[in-house]
Design a binder for this molecule. Structure first.
Ligand SMILES: Cc1ncc(COP(=O)(O)O)c(C=O)c1O
Length: 424
């Protein structure tokens, strides 16, 4: 008999909720049910052709690369941040990792301080902190504050122990809500962070998917204390390629150096062909700009249609500003839901999946109190290649036209509406 012994920090943790819903949806589909997959937040769009070609051309690259990442790639990422965020980084201040998720884990491991996260927020920040053994400070948000941290609330929390070392994680456009911060909010948060010497991890993985192309980084207002997190997964449709990037100010080189040490003892370096191909992606250019423009327009049309449809049915929801998520709140149906034994977001997601085939994630997976009746819809269940072709071949693209080529998200919201109607 072997001695089973699991690290206390990992004991009891479950597989990531997003991956679990995907597996459950696949199982239901296999047994003949029609499933509308609003669960997994993966880009529906293909990787741009020029980037795929660069990967093919570099399939022969076989050497281990520098731990920090290929110099040429780091240079193109510096140019990318200057172009898109108006922030200047030397290529020595860039770190490449196998997905931004892994870089976040390394960051939490090398940084010794509390981790501040909003609720709701992306599913993996808190489990990572727990695995490493970091103390988590949750900053609750609400529908009324558009699921954003309010600067005043942040100030109040920080007053308790003003100079305690803390890492604040911000994510905008946000997963699970598809919303972003205004410039004024970013400036206010930057000011508070500076006066409390907070370090900000600014997770901007959806930055280029701001629907109107107007993403702003908090690094513009708090350059000395902000690390920008980005990567290929969302705007470039390459989640499975596993390439993430961190950009550090000179003042935080000590964190970069420590992360480099841990990287050298764990993953060594990101796959060489992927790094060479990523140079093409981060260098942008006309084809990528067109791809991005079309991606945003398509997401905007679908997101706005879903928003209009649900709001007409009294679901509480904010109009999306980026990414491919909506975070509807079903509180208006609390009584009707309660009569059907639905009193938590998890009950709500399960009933919806069973009765309509629409797979979503409960708000509780994102750290919301379990009785808050919220769901995350990831409107990515359509053929992104077809949508891009349609967009580039249509002189006046309309939502009705898009529905004809990509009916799935539209049908899914109709199923939700039918379900709401029979609640009354
Ligand atoms: C908010 C957010 N941050 C980070 C990640 C991780 O991305 P990557 O593929 O770079 O690890 C995701 C992926 O779903 C995400 O939604």
């Amino acid at each position: 008999m072997l001695n089973a012994s699991i690290n206390l920090n990992v004991r009891g943790l479950k597989k990531s909720a997003t991956l679990e819903i995907n597996e459950r949806s696949i199982a239901l589909e296999k047994s003949g049910n029609k499933i509308y997959r609003f669960g997994l937040g993966q880009s529906p769009f293909p990787v741009p052709e020029s980037v795929v070609k660069a990967l093919k051309d570099n399939a022969h690259q076989k050497d281990y690369l520098p731990v920090q990442g290929l110099r040429e790639l780091r240079e193109s990422i510096s140019a990318f941040h200057l172009l898109n965020d108006d922030v200047r980084y030397h290529s020595d201040q860039i770190l490449i990792g196998p997905g931004s998720k892994e870089l976040m884990f390394l960051l939490q491991m090398v940084y010794y301080g509390d981790i501040q996260i909003p609720s709701p927020c992306w599913v993996s920040y808190a489990p990572q902190a727990r695995i490493i053994g970091r103390h988590i400070e949750v900053i609750p948000t609400s529908f009324e504050s558009r699921w954003r941290i309010s600067p005043d609330h942040l100030k109040t929390i920080l007053k308790i122990d003003p100079l305690k070392p803390r890492l604040l994680i911000l994510n905008y456009p946000g997963n699970p809500d598809g919303l972003t911060y205004s410039e004024i909010e970013l400036q206010e948060i930057a000011e508070i962070a500076r006066s409390h010497r907070l370090i900000i991890l600014s997770d901007e993985i959806y930055g280029l998917l701001n629907h109107s192309g107007t993403h702003k980084s908090i690094a513009q207002y708090y350059p000395e204390g902000t690390i920008i997190s980005s990567g290929l997964s969302k705007w470039c449709g390459a989640g499975g390629w596993r390439l993430g990037t961190f950009a550090f100010p000179k003042e935080l080189t000590w964190i970069l150096n420590a992360m480099n040490v841990v990287a050298s003892e764990t993953y060594t370096s990101v796959s060489a062909p992927i790094q060479y191909a990523a140079i093409r992606a981060f260098s942008m250019g006309n084809d990528i700009n067109e791809y991005l423009h079309a991606s945003r327009e398509i997401l905007k049309m679908i997101g706005n249609h879903l928003f209009d449809t649900l709001v007409k049915k009294d679901v509480r929801l904010h109009a999306p500003t980026g990414a491919f998520y909506l975070f509807p709140d079903f509180t208006s149906f609390k009584e009707q839901l309660y009569l059907r034994n639905i009193s938590t977001s998890s009950d709500l997601a399960n009933s919806l999946l069973k009765e309509t085939g629409v797979a979503t994630l409960p708000g509780s997976a994102f750290g919301c109190p379990k009785e808050e009746l919220t769901l995350r819809l990831a409107y990515v269940n359509f053929n992104g290649r077809k949508a891009l072709d349609w967009y580039s071949n249509t002189s006046l693209p309309t939502t009705d036209g898009l529905r004809k080529v990509c009916p799935e998200p539209f049908d899914a919201v109709d199923r939700i509406v039918e379900w709401i109607e029979q609640l009354h």
